[in-house]
Design a binder for this molecule. Structure first.
Ligand code: SAH
Length: 376
C-alpha cells in the first residue's frame, strides 16, 4: 500500500478527545504530593514536631523505605502515626514481566480505585531509565497506541507518579535487577497518559524527582523527559517552569493531513504551531528537543515525508527519535521495512538533522504503551 491516505487510518473526530479528566474520588494524600513546607504543616497538624517531616522524607526519598520498623530515629509512637498519615500505600503490583535477562522489567499497577497503569524499568550498561505513566488511560485517542484505544480513566496524583520511580529505585537499590545495586538516572513520561493534560500533578512529580533529598529523589533534571502529543499552551507553560527537562514531541507526521489522523489533537494545534512551541522551549531552556516519530509501514515512512520533516526542523536545536512501530493487538499497521527505515534516516541526515532509531526493548513483553493494561 503506497497511498498517502491509507484506508486503515480512520480519522477521529476532535470531539472524541478528552482534555479534562473526569472527576473521581482522589487517591490518599501522600508525602510525595507535598512540598517540604506542606509536609511540615501536615506533621504539625498531627501533633508532631515539624522536623519529623524531614526525617520521614529522608526515609522515603533517601532510604527508599516506608516501613515504620526501619525508622529507628523516630519515637515508636510517632512512626505508625506518621507513616499511616503520610505514606499510604498507593500502588499494588498486579503483574510483573521481565525480559533482556531481567534488565527490562515491566510492572502493571492497580491504583486505590482499581485503575490500572504501567511502568517499565530499563537498565543499560551505563544508566537506568524508568518509563512512567501520568494518567490511567489517555484521552488523546492516537489510533496506533494501545492506551489511546481505551480512553481516559483519570489523572494520576503526583505521589502516584513518583511512587513508580521510587518502586524502581527500591528494586535497584535492593540488587533485584541484574548488574548489582544501582539507581535511577533517567525518567521518561512515556508510559500511559498525556503528561501535559495532567499538568499540575506532573510538574509536582518532576519537582519531587529532581529536588535533592530530603525534598525529593535528586535525579538530574537533564535526565527527565516529558513527552507530549503537542499541547501548545502547556508547552509554553513548561518552558516557564525553570526546570531544564527534555521535551519530546510526538510528531509522527510532518504534514497536517496525515497528522490529523495519527495524532488527533493536531486538529486543534497544527504541526507548525507545535514546532514553534518546541523551538521556543529549546530557546528558553537551551535543551535539545526530541521529535518522536513512530515509523509505520506505508503510512508515514515515505522518503518525501522524511524530506519534508528534514526541511521543517533543520538548523534547530533538535534530535529525531525514530520508533519502529510496536503493533497493538488487532492492528493492521506494522513497523516499516528495514530498507525504508534506513532510507528515512538517510534523508533526514541529508538535512543535517541528528537521528537515532530507538531500540525496541521490552517488545516481547508488550513493552509499549498500555498493552499490558489492555490485556488485563
Ligand atoms: N502522550 C505522550 C506520552 C506517552 S506515549 C505522547 O504522546 O508523547 C510515548 C511515545 O510512544 C509517544 O511518542 C507515542 O506516540 C509512542 N507510541 C505510542 N504507541 C506506540 C506504538 N504502538 N508503537 C510505537 N510507539 C508508540
Amino acid at each position: 500500500m503506497s497511498s498517502d491516505h491509507p484506508k486503515t487510518v480512520a480519522p477521529r473526530a476532535a470531539g472524541q478527545l478528552t482534555l479534562v479528566a473526569p472527576r473521581r474520588a482522589k487517591p490518599a494524600r501522600h508525602l510525595a504530593d507535598l512540598s517540604m513546607d506542606e509536609r511540615r504543616s501536615a506533621v504539625a497538624e498531627l501533633g508532631e514536631k515539624a522536623f519529623r517531616a524531614d526525617q520521614l522524607s529522608r526515609h522515603y526519598f533517601e532510604r527508599l523505605t516506608g516501613d515504620p520498623a526501619a525508622m529507628t530515629d523516630l519515637p515508636a509512637a510517632s512512626r505508625d502515626l506518621l507513616t499511616t498519615a503520610l505514606l499510604p500505600s498507593l500502588l499494588t503490583s498486579v503483574r510483573e514481566i521481565t525480559c533482556d535477562g531481567g534488565t527490562t522489567r515491566k510492572t502493571l499497577w492497580r491504583l486505590f480505585d482499581g485503575a490500572l497503569v504501567e511502568s517499565v524499568l530499563m537498565r543499560y550498561a551505563d544508566r537506568t531509565t524508568m518509563c512512567v505513566s501520568s494518567q490511567a488511560g489517555c484521552g488523546m485517542n492516537c489510533p496506533f497506541c494501545a492506551t489511546g484505544q481505551a480512553g481516559l480513566t483519570r489523572n494520576m496524583s503526583t505521589a502516584e507518579i513518583v511512587e513508580q520511580v521510587v518502586a524502581g529505585a527500591r528494586a535497584l537499590a535492593a540488587g533485584e535487577v541484574p548488574g548489582g545495586a544501582g539507581r535511577v538516572n533517567n525518567v521518561v513520561f512515556m508510559g500511559m497518559g498525556e503528561p501535559l493534560a495532567n499538568y499540575k500533578a506532573v510538574i509536582g512529580a518532576v519537582r519531587r524527582l529532581v529536588d535533592p533529598s530530603p525534598h525529593g529523589l535528586g535525579i538530574s533534571a537533564r535526565g527527565v523527559t516529558v513527552s507530549t502529543v503537542g499541547l501548545v499552551p502547556a508547552i509554553g507553560k513548561l518552558a516557564e517552569e525553570n526546570l531544564p527537562v527534555t521535551l519530546a514531541v510526538s510528531l509522527h507526521a510532518p504534514d497536517d493531513e496525515l497528522r490529523d489522523t495519527l495524532v488527533p489533537i493536531n486538529t486543534r494545534w497544527k504541526v507548525a504551531e507545535v514546532l514553534d512551541a518546541a523551538w521556543s522551549y529549546a530557546a528558553k531552556t537551551k535543551r535539545r528537543v526530541s521529535i518522536e516519530y513512530a515509523l509505520i509501514k506505508d503510512v508515514n515512512d515515505q522518503e518525501w515525508r522524511a524530506d519534508l520533516l528534514g526541511k521543517l526542523i533543520k538548523n534547530k536545536l533538535v534530535h529525531v527519535n525514530l520508533i519502529p512501530l510496536n503493533p497493538t493487538p488487532g492492528s493492521k499497521w506494522t513497523a516499516s521495512r528495514p530498507q525504508d527505515e534506513r532510507a528515512f534516516v538517510r534523508r533526514l541526515e541529508s538535512h543535517g538533522v541528528a537521528v537515532t532509531v530507538r531500540d525496541t526493548r521490552g517488545r516481547e513483553i508488550d513493552g509499549a504503551c498500555g498493552q499490558l493494561a489492555a490485556a488485563e
